[in-house]
Ligand binder design. Structure first.
Ligand code: GLU
Length: 448
């Protein structure tokens, strides 16, 4: 049996009941075949794959809190510190009812490769809770964040592990988490969290970074194909911070955004989501209602209850910005049928492995999330630099660095593909490029 199959099999046996984690382990490890074949003895000797799939540690803790009516609740908190070969653990916190260990591990594993691609010194980690922020008051969210940090503080630090936001964790939550950390520790270490408010060490462009970065990366892909964003139509899912940043940048570059989605369904705006309608996305999110139908009611466009845009709306480009496994094999078949050419994955692992293989086999060009959405964590890395140097860069400076980083990621991918004599397969290229740096650092640092 090949080294890769051995490790996949052993990992599946050790991690029963973790489908999301096994999905990414299979996808990533299988695409590393060209690198492993070239250096199998070395990687086996250093147990590189066995060590890559086993997190350094997985912390699970109790988070008790009291709601506004005085009723007590208990949620589960997580921090998975996956790999710190190239820098302190770095990755977001997700608050969502479907958070479990499998989801945390898939995200932490992906993060290790993504952070490596940014070219900044950041290892991989992820955390969160099965707490549902929807419909909670500010005081409830604050009490939850204080309780969560009451345990998390002992595991993090500017040179240890630097959490940030993810789904359900935005500027408000990071503010409360930082307040709690400062209170517990009794000193002002703002490099311990990123995504902070501007008044206490946050970076300009951080809120826009994931959506902007995703669009910059896609621009590189199109340039490679001899095309541009101008005049292209896009289907987005989600209506949170990531979709907002993407809609802003796509429209600035002359593209048209046709759809947004929420847990309740999707909206189709034939005139394009643009101008004040993009600002309205922020209002919808802040309302806590979690309903995209509000957009259709306000602007009089179509709303499709309980559906996603995938396969239902024809566009040049699909950009999922909501959730893992949004695009399944049925959707992939419809996409091919209606002639969608590009899938620019923004949310982490939005495509099942089966759908991904089908799309690639049928000529859809897929740009993988670990490259596409790396702009968010990259600007978090820039926030860490600004905090440690005690200074603040202008929006233009951060934006220019972000563009340079996204261009650099595309270049690393094409360089890796060239090195292995492969075609323009961005999924394999991103895994191969991300892997190389982490594996080199692990080997150099010895068996630990
Ligand atoms: N949650 C985002 C990600 O998946 C951001 C992480 C960060 O800024 O540390 O990359």
């Amino acid at each position: 049996m090949s080294y890769i199959s051995e490790v996949i099999e052993a990992t599946a046996l050790k991690n029963p009941g973790e489908p999301e984690f096994m999905q990414t382990v299979k996808e990533v490890l299988e695409s590393l075949a060209p690198a492993i074949e070239q250096n199998e003895a070395l990687y086996r000797k250093h147990c590189i794959l066995e060590r890559l799939v086993e997190p350094d540690r997985q912390i699970i803790f109790r988070v008790p809190w009291t709601d506004d009516k005085g009723v007590n609740h208990v949620n589960r908190g997580f921090r998975v510190q996956f790999n710190n070969a190239i820098g302190p653990y770095k990755g977001g916190l997700r608050f969502q009812p479907n958070v479990n260990l499998s989801v945390m591990k898939f995200l932490g594993f992906e993060q290790t490769f993504k952070n490596s691609l940014t070219s900044l010194p950041m290892g991989g980690g992820k955390g969160g809770s099965d707490f549902d922020p929807a419909g909670k008051s500010d005081s409830e969210v604050m009490r939850f964040c204080y309780s969560f940090m009451n345990e998390l503080y002992r595991h993090i630090g500017a040179d240890t592990d630097v959490p940030a936001g993810d789904m359900g964790v935005g500027a408000r939550e990071i503010g409360y988490l930082f307040g709690a950390y400062k209170k517990i520790k009794g000193n002002y270490e703002n490099g311990v969290l990123t995504g902070k408010g501007l008044s206490f060490g946050g970076s300009l462009i951080r809120p826009e970074a994931t959506g902007f970065g995703a669009t910059y990366f896609f621009n590189e892909v199109l340039a490679h194909q001899g095309e541009t964003i101008k005049g292209k139509t896009f289907c987005l899912s989600g209506f949170g911070n990531v979709a907002w940043g993407a809609a802003l940048k796509i429209t600035q570059l002359g593209g048209k955004v046709l759809t947004l989605s929420g847990p309740d369904g999707f909206i189709l705006d034939e005139d394009g989501v643009s101008g004040e309608k993009i600002d309205y996305m922020l209002e919808m999110r802040a309302s806590g209602r979690n309903k995209v139908q509000d957009y259709a009611d306000k602007y009089g466009c179509k709303f499709f209850a309980g559906k996603k845009p995938w396969g239902n709306v024809k566009a040049d480009v699909y950009m999922p910005c909501a959730m893992q496994n949004e695009i399944r094999i049925e959707d992939a078949k419809e996409m091919v049928k209606i002639g969608v050419k590009y899938l620019n994955e923004v949310s982490n692992m939005p495509t099942t492995n089966e759908a991904l293989a089908y799309l690639q086999a049928n000529g859809v060009l897929v740009a993988p999330s670990k490259a596409v959405n790396a702009g968010g964590v990259a600007v978090s890395g820039l926030e860490m630099s600004q905090n440690s140097e005690r200074l603040a860069w202008s929006a233009a400076e951060v934006d220019a660095k972000l563009q340079g980083i996204m261009k650099g990621i595309h270049k690393q991918i094409t360089d890796a593909l060239d090195a292995y004599g492969m075609d323009y397969n961005l999924v394999a290229g991103a895994n191969l490029a991300g892997f190389k740096k982490v594996a080199d650092a692990m080997i150099a640092q010895g068996l630990y």
